[in-house]
Design a protein around this ligand. Structure first.
Ligand code: NAP
Length: 409
């Protein structure tokens, strides 16, 4: 059953989660990942252990426990996503994962989607911030400092689709015609796009709460409600209603602000296509984004590309209400580089940074950011980040990790 905590209950839940990690030896399950996982996980783990040791003078240490998923799981236990893996994530609260192969033609659509849905990780959190020294396709990448909250369980991710030509799709097609008079071509596949009040509220609540906690100036609700009024449009409407109901002491809508939000967080809404233009033209005007699943899918990768960070963009899948979270590299398994100790572990390392911050281990998280900033600025980077730079030394995955460790000493 989906909970839907109010603002106060949500903050209590977040506090409780942090307190549960106020311990010296928490167990954190990890999935190594397929393909380049074999290169980037060991490199990342070296960095995680080093920052924790440095930040807490050797008094804290993560007890890493490997769990299986993807190709490695299939080869070992003949299952793509063993129940034990989900149970272990569930037991220990947070976990981290490398990229996973999506099995083609198997019963499971995507292991990543299955993990998010099974654990009801309703927020896909994507922070997008520029690291000085990275080559970018845009002129002022330093203007991008945006945290995007993408709904993770509804919309097209709900996977309610029927294939063209099947008995089921014809049955649904007939039903739609008889009950609603909807004429849909007989040779169509049909997908359902559910967007609920509960799902929208809990996502937008998490986003505005984050904005309040992190002194952000504005929140944009990104939607396509001009066309899809009762799904995307309802997401927008429920968002404004929630702000009014629970956050009116700290936030104000554009309409009610009369152009002057004062000290309050300004809440506006932007249509998804216009948003994709505006993040190129004036990204500095956006701090926190709350959006539906498909819009968030496009926008988060577009933003990552804007700062040249598609290979190092981190992500987290979070249920703030029950505290469960799985952090992950956002790129895929890059099979052509697997086992070559070549791929950039940056995305996984920064996902670890997000994980430490989520656990309240801010000192360890800060060290990751500082050491990453230094290594990139020095030009000590993997092959991908060396492109377009003449001052860079090309490092292997493990050497990049060593460079980070050196920079935290
Ligand atoms: P991909 O694995 O992300 O690789 C595409 C390209 O991105 C690579 O060839 C490489 O480009 C660059 N790249 C990705 N990760 C990198 C890293 N760590 N360091 C440096 N460069 C990196 O995408 P794909 O080839 O479309 O997908 C391969 C498999 O991954 C598929 O099975 C897919 O389903 C799966 N996948 C998994 C996840 C996930 O687990 N979250 C996400 C996406 C895809 P260059 O060759 O130009 O350097």
């Amino acid at each position: 059953m989906v909970e839907n905590l109010n603002r106060e209950e949500l903050n209590n839940a977040i506090k409780k989660t942090r307190e549960s990690f106020d311990t010296d030896n928490p167990t954190v399950p990890f999935i190594e990942g397929d393909g380049i996982g074999i290169d980037i996980w060991p490199a990342s783990q070296v960095v995680f252990d080093a920052v924790v040791e440095k930040a807490y003078n050797g008094n804290r240490k993560i007890n890493w426990v490997e769990v299986l998923a993807g190709q490695k799981a299939f080869d070992t236990v003949s299952e793509w996503l063993p129940k034990k893996t989900l149970d272990t994530f569930d037991e220990f609260g947070v976990g981290i994962k490398g990229p996973l192969t999506t099995p083609v033609g198997e019963g499971i659509r995507s292991i990543n989607v299955a993990i998010r849905q099974e654990l009801d990780l309703y927020v896909c959190l994507r922070p997008i911030k520029y690291f000085k020294g990275i080559e970018t396709p845009t002129k002022n990448p330093q203007d991008v400092d945006i945290v995007l909250f993408r709904e993770n369980t509804e919309d097209v991710y709900s996977g309610k689709e029927l294939e063209e030509g099947t008995e089921e799709v014809l049955k649904l097609n007939n039903f739609l015609k008889e009950e609603f008079g909807w004429e849909i071509r007989k040779d169509s596949g049909i997908g359902i796009k559910p967007i609920s009040n509960t799902g929208s509220e809990r996502l937008i609540r998490a986003a505005i709460n984050f904005a309040v906690e992190n002194d952000k100036k504005n929140l944009a609700i990104v939607h396509k409600g001009n066309i899809m009024k009762f799904t995307e449009g309802a997401f927008r409407k429920w968002g404004y209603e929630l702000i009014e109901k629970e956050f009116s002491d700290v936030a104000v809508s554009w309409e009610d602000s009369n152009g002057d939000p004062g000290e309050k967080i300004l809440v506006q809404d932007v249509i998804a296509d216009a948003f994709l233009q505006q993040i190129l033209i004036k990204p500095q005007e956006f701090d926190v984004i709350a959006t539906t699943n498909l819009n968030g899918d496009y926008a988060s990768d577009a933003l990552a590309a804007q700062i040249g960070g598609i290979g190092i963009s981190p992500g987290g899948n979070i249920n703030y209400e029950n505290g469960k979270a799985v952090f992950e590299a956002t790129h895929g398994t890059a099979p052509k580089y697997a086992g070559q100790n070549k791929a950039n572990p940056g995305s996984l390392i920064l996902s670890g940074e997000m994980m430490f911050r989520y656990m309240g281990w801010n000192e360890a998280a800060d060290l990751i950011i500082e050491s990453m900033e230094k290594s990139i600025l020095e030009g000590n980077v993997t092959y991908d980040l060396a492109r377009g730079r003449n001052d860079a030394s090309i490092l292997s995955s493990s050497e990049f990790a060593e460079s980070l460790v050196k920079n935290i000493q």
